[in-house]
Write a protein that binds this ligand. Structure first.
Ligand SMILES: [Zn+2]
Length: 334
């Protein structure tokens, strides 16, 4: 009895004392029905949580994608933007359309010297005096509009002879006559940036150049629905600041190599003969549908309008085809 009595209190002490817990007793506790049910419940909860997490993750992906605004895909061929360095677009029309939406990345490193900058930009097809000399094609370009009534009259001549051309528009004129810009675009012509108010950009800081270009670009995009990607500095005046900003913004800069000084109104025949005599493969012809220098006074572009049919008829008869600047860039690869 004594020995039994001695054992029982000893067992009680061992079980009741938190200070001394041999592993064997912990093991026994874990194997108790209550403990097993608690562990099973915890495992069940963990499993349910994991399932919810996994379900939430798989649902979150499509939710994220669908919350993105639907992509605006422009199927208009004028939206074609060459890659950098330029390469023909490949793949399905959808793939091509997505690629077309992106302006080229800035060229880097970009030299500091203006002549080196032109050289680099030309190699990447981001700066043009003229197009591909192997192509019997000519790009007519009209600057300083939109400008009634001459822009409408020029559009009518182009339509009559089924010719596509390009327009370098001025921001404040776009604000005044957005319907003419829409008409230029809707009738298949390339619409591009010519600054906001026709200043010499060479006298501006980088921020000032950006402002002149970007304000025009934003308004053009709002007007025609696609991102303009071509640019011509007023007066053809450029320096390192202008070219650096054009490169940074992903714009392609166009000068010209066939000009008649039509803005000086030298006479209809003088304008047409000058343009025709200077025409060659890949010519970029500079003409004017508007006036960059005056906000309010109307400078007549009637001589340019009247010279245009002779220019078109004569050069077509010589085997030239007229192309937009988009086409001229694309034909650099032809
Ligand atoms: Zn101009």
């Amino acid at each position: 009895m004594r020995s039994v009595n001695a054992v029982i209190p000893e067992k009680k002490v061992m079980l009741q004392s938190p200070a001394i817990k041999p592993a064997r007793n912990l093991y026994l506790q874990l194997l108790s029905p209550q403990s097993i049910s608690i562990i099973l419940s915890a495992l069940f909860c963990l499993l349910i949580s994991l399932l919810f997490f996994a379900r939430g993750t798989t649902q979150a992906l499509p939710a994220t994608v669908s919350s993105t605004p639907p992509a605006v895909i422009h199927t208009d061929p004028r939206a074609v933007i060459h890659a950098d360095p330029p390469a023909p677009l490949q793949g399905s029309p959808t793939t091509a359309a997505i690629v077309q939406r992106t302006l080229p990345a800035p060229i880097y490193p970009f030299p500091r010297d203006v002549r080196q900058q032109v050289g680099v930009l030309e190699r990447y097809h981001r700066f043009f005096f003229g197009g591909n000399p192997a192509q019997q094609e000519i790009a007519l370009t009209f600057d300083d509009g939109p400008y009634p009534p001459y822009t409408g009259e020029i559009l009518a001549v182009l339509k009559k002879y089924n010719v596509k051309a390009s327009f370098f528009d001025i921001g404040h004129h776009i604000a005044e006559h957005p319907e003419l810009v829409k008409q230029e675009f809707d009738e298949g012509h390339t619409v591009a940036i010519h600054s906001w108010n026709h200043v010499y950009l060479t006298g501006y800081s980088p921020a000032g150049v950006d402002e002149q270009i970007n304000n025009t670009s934003v308004l053009l995009k709002k007007t025609i629905g696609i991102q303009p990607k071509f640019f011509r500095p007023p007066y053809g005046a450029y320096n390192t600041t202008v070219l650096t900003e054009a490169n940074k913004l992903g714009l392609t800069t166009f000068l010209w190599n066939d000009v008649a000084s039509d803005w000086l109104r030298p006479g209809v025949t003088v304008i047409s003969s000058r343009i025709i005599n200077a025409a060659r493969n890949g010519s970029i012809v500079l003409l004017h549908d508007g006036d960059g220098d005056h906000y309010n006074a109307v400078a007549s572009r009637e001589q340019t309008v009247q010279a245009l049919p002779t220019i078109i008829i004569t050069l077509k008869a010589r085997g030239y085809r007229f192309v937009t600047l988009d086409q001229l860039v694309a034909d650099m690869h032809a």
